[in-house]
Design a protein around this ligand. Structure first.
Ligand SMILES: NC(=O)c1ccc[n+]([C@@H]2O[C@H](COP(=O)([O-])OP(=O)(O)OC[C@H]3O[C@@H](n4cnc5c(N)ncnc54)[C@H](O)[C@@H]3O)[C@@H](O)[C@H]2O)c1
Length: 258
């Protein structure tokens, strides 16, 4: 699949990694780019910058109706969906037991799972349904889904039980979903990004934290650029033999306990 002339839908498309996918898709000549996000202002201003082929859509991935409405809007506007990229996600850190032995907040744990894991699954399953109606290309392919995990799926740090569980769940469902969707010709891949330079770190330390995180990278000795993630999404879209696997994209970073 080429990005040129494809229709791409991106959750969390208004910021960071998702925004980079939106920008790269437009640069590559995508026929449509749907930016699904809870941040309506950011989605609208990005879409107006990207031009007529970009469509901002309000979507909270926790709400199944929002996802369904977005799929309807995409098919009404562009007639099809070829590539679905799940980037919507939140970070969260809380030790299982506080210093005074108070157990962690279970509602916060549920929220992280609902957005990062269940939201990703809902978007993927509804996107696959829309893709199943595409005409297959010469290799039988009807579409591709790229999900976003994290290094924390493998090397979860102190306080990352919820976040690591949500991302480990994405890694775990990659192969079974690829097997489920093989009969309709839809591939499923996951990227596990390392430490990427995006606004996700702004609420928890911003530039100072990012500077410390550079110390964890091996080579190249820097944070990843959001467009490097978008480039990998493009490579996955273009390489039809990639399916059912998680790719670490992390400059050889291995996260220590803290
Ligand atoms: N930046 C990194 O270092 C890094 C590393 C590993 C994994 N990730 C993962 O990559 C994904 C993108 O992260 P980012 O760094 O671009 O963060 P970001 O904060 O820049 O962007 C996340 C976007 O998701 C949106 N969002 C949040 N909750 C949502 C919801 N319920 N419904 C729809 N949209 C929602 C936000 O409004 C925002 O636009 C996340 O899943 C994150 O966990 C990021």
């Amino acid at each position: 699949m080429r990005l040129s002339n494809s229709v791409v839908a991106i959750t969390g498309g208004a910021s960071g990694l998702g925004e980079a996918v939106a920008r790269r898709s437009i640069d590559q000549g995508a026929a449509g780019v749907a930016i699904l996000d809870v941040n309506d202002d950011a989605a609208s201003s990005l879409a107006s910058e990207l031009g007529d082929n970009a469509l901002p859509l309000h979507c909270d991935v926790r709400n199944g109706n929002d996802v369904t409405d977005a799929m309807t809007a995409i098919t009404e506007r562009f007639g099809r969906l070829n590539l679905a990229v799940a980037c919507a996600g939140i970070g969260w850190a809380e030790r299982t037991l506080a210093k005074d032995s108070t157990p962690a907040d279970l509602d916060a744990y549920r929220r992280v799972i609902e957005i990062n894991l269940i939201g990703t699954y809902d978007f993927a399953r509804q996107a696959a349904s829309v893709m199943s109606r595409n005409e297959a290309d010469e290799s039988g392919e009807r579409g591709a889904i790229v999900m976003t995990a994290s290094l924390a799926a493998f090397d979860g740090q102190i306080g990352q039980s919820a976040y690591s569980a949500s991302k480990g769940g994405i890694v775990g469902m990659t192969l079974p979903m690829a097997r489920d969707l093989a009969p309709v010709g839809v591939r499923v891949m996951t990227i596990a990004p390392g430490l990427m330079d995006t606004p996700i770190y702004d609420p928890v330390g911003g530039a100072e934290l990012k500077e410390r995180l550079v110390g964890l990278t091996v080579f190249p000795k820097r944070l990843g650029a959001a467009d490097e993630y978008a480039h990998l999404v493009q490579s996955i879209a273009e390489n039809s033999y990639l399916n059912g696997e998680t790719i670490r994209h992390d400059a050889a970073t291995r996260l220590p306990p803290r």
